[in-house]
Design a protein around this ligand. Sequence first.
Ligand code: PLP
Length: 377
Amino acid sequence: MIRLAAPLLGPEETQAVADVLASGWLVQGAKVAEFEQRLADVVGVEHVVACSSGTAALQMALGALDLPPGARVALPDLTFPATLNAVLLAGLTPVLLDVDPSTYNLRADAVRALLEDDPPEVLLAVHQFGLPAPLGGLLAHAAEVGTVVVEDAACALGSSLDVDGVPVAAGAIGAMGCFSFHPRKVITTGEGGAVTTADPALAERLRLLRNHGMVRPAEGPATFVCTGWNFRLSELHAAIGVVQMDRLEHLLQDRARIAAGYQRRLAPLTSRGLMLPRVPEGAHPNWQSYVVRVPLGVDQDAVANALVAAGVQCTISAQALHLEPAYRDLPAAAGPFPGAEDARARGLSLPVATGLTEEQLDAVAEALAQALAALGS
Ligand SMILES: Cc1ncc(COP(=O)(O)O)c(C=O)c1O
């Protein structure tokens, strides 16, 4: 089976974990601090608060804003449900926005209209599949109307967006960036996440929220100054993360090679209605996923089944949240969301496993061509 994703893990990660075990210090310590510094260097922000998952990062980021109950948070309808769960579990009110199915991201015109008509307290912009959301022309507008921009950069380590002609790393575009290090992401710690920010006050609050609201003075007992979670990252996970950061450049180059390989091989299928991912001017994706849309009228499940039968693992693009049982009765789910529905119904995520060979890329392209032909496209 050609795997959808496969992290690159070697003896270096094994040794790093063994070293932590031998040290006897397993909870948040020196390795977490080192991992945070490596992330800060790459993202180009002063502060990084590592945590136990991308979902925890979202919860901490929303918590750090100290919003009144019911405050409005705008987010795309097409995303992994964690984005919306973090909003709902914080007692906030989601405002779901449609996406552009050619990028799977928020539509700048829809966000602009919302900022003009009824600005939300927060814009939680997802960089879907590692493609930066079109925030460049929206940041000044958001600041003007008092909307805080938070990035769900779960998939976007190593991506960047031109802002006023200058590339800015995902995670440094808004007030905070939330990352995931799940094994399907470009680097992994097994489970893990981080929040990035340039704002020291937010960073201090994020650190409190991560660790029970606890302040430990140099002497004397700890005090608890706010409610908080245990969202700490363990030293074992952070040690893996430090090694993975050594591999980041290589992993990004490998993703770019795979994406270019697909782009070349699949271009002939566009005349048969296959839609390839579109990268807007000024956006620099990390190709965390490579998602195509099957031709209009072709059954996504049938293509997926044919690919699996040919030994190619694949999956849907992302959830259109308003269609999921957990959310469909929310006022925010009223829609319409034609872009998200198109992306959900037609999007297929192809393998981007590290080290995928040129022969394997040929095999994926061939399997897709045959599946489309068999289904009359
Ligand atoms: C856009 C998005 N946000 C949040 C998450 C949650 O990250 P985690 O699985 O690390 O909790 C994911 C995970 O896939 C994601 O894709």
